[in-house]
Write a protein that binds this ligand. Structure first.
Ligand SMILES: [Zn+2]
Ligand SMILES: [Zn+2]
Length: 275
């Protein structure tokens, strides 16, 4: 497999030594940033175990449901499948934006259990954006796999317990849920590819160039500090319309006036960490 190379145009090892050089003289975004180092050290064996279990369960359920969807396919379902995939992609893109916005803007790494497990990767990603390119498959996809276990399990139970007539009746809904599950599961892999500048398979670059998955140039807009827009990271299709509507700012104003808390205070705290 081709070696993955990050946004700096260097491989992981070269990137690290380059950042070490920079780190001697000034605090920079990257693996040598004091906050990034501290956040990377919070990745625990328990968290790793949760990710492994999530990946195994999620992909087993996905294979099980795919086999049942194929077994129950009828020609009359073709249009439903196309509609379901389109709606599933849009729903997954919006969900990616909502979760990303929520984790970037609110909460803190100090929150018990949840903070270290689920807020930490978002903080780390802003101060070390290419860190994700050094994460393996399990660390990249574990959390998203965990999110889709419940809907996939509930679909699997339906296939095991419902009559063929009931499955036929529910088939369009299953296609929609399955499309969401696939795209939500793949969101962080797609996000990782959007930070990888060399060594990507040709078909991934093709999908990025056609804007079927999140393009690299498009995602750079989110990485301009203070990271307050373009939160959708599955396809990014909803980023422009949501920005035009002022959707995220509206939500932030609503929460700020209701609860008196300012968005991104924890994110800024980690960004300014110097030792
Ligand atoms: Zn972000
Ligand atoms: Zn990113």
């Amino acid at each position: 497999m081709a070696r993955l190379v990050n946004e700096d145009g260097c491989g992981p090892e070269a990137g690290s030594s380059m950042h070490r050089e920079k780190g001697r003289t000034e605090a920079r975004w990257g693996p040598q940033h004091a906050g990034a180092r501290e956040l990377a050290n919070l990745y625990s064996p328990g968290k790793r175990c949760q990710e492994w279990i999530s990946v195994i369960l999620c992909f087993s359920l996905m294979a099980f449901n795919l086999l049942h969807l194929i077994a129950n396919f009828h020609l009359g379902h073709v249009w439903f499948i196309l509609l379901a995939v389109a709606a599933g992609i849009l729903t997954a893109d919006f969900a990616s934006g909502l979760v990303h916005w929520g984790a970037d803007s609110w909460g803190s790494v100090e929150l018990p259990i949840f903070g270290k497990a689920f807020i930490r990767p978002f903080r780390e990603h802003h101060i070390d954006p290419t860190g994700i390119t050094r994460h393996d498959f399990i660390e990249t996809n574990g959390d998203n796999c965990m999110l889709t276990i419940f809907p996939l399990a509930s679909m699997a139970i339906s296939f095991l317990t419902l009559s063929p007539a009931e499955v036929y009746h529910n088939y369009p809904w299953y296609c929609y849920v399955f499309a969401i599950a696939i795209f939500v599961t793949l969101t962080n892999q797609i996000h990782k590819w959007s930070h990888t500048y060399f060594g990507l398979p040709g078909w991934v670059v093709f999908l990025q160039d056609c804007h079927i998955i999140l393009p690299r140039k498009h995602h750079r807009i989110h990485h301009v500090s203070p990271h307050e827009t373009y939160f959708c990271i599955t396809t990014g299709w909803l980023n422009y319309p949501l920005e035009r509507l002022g959707f995220w700012r509206y939500l932030e104003d609503l929460i700020q006036s209701a609860m008196g808390v300012k968005p991104r205070t924890d994110d800024l705290k980690w960004a300014h960490k110097v030792n």
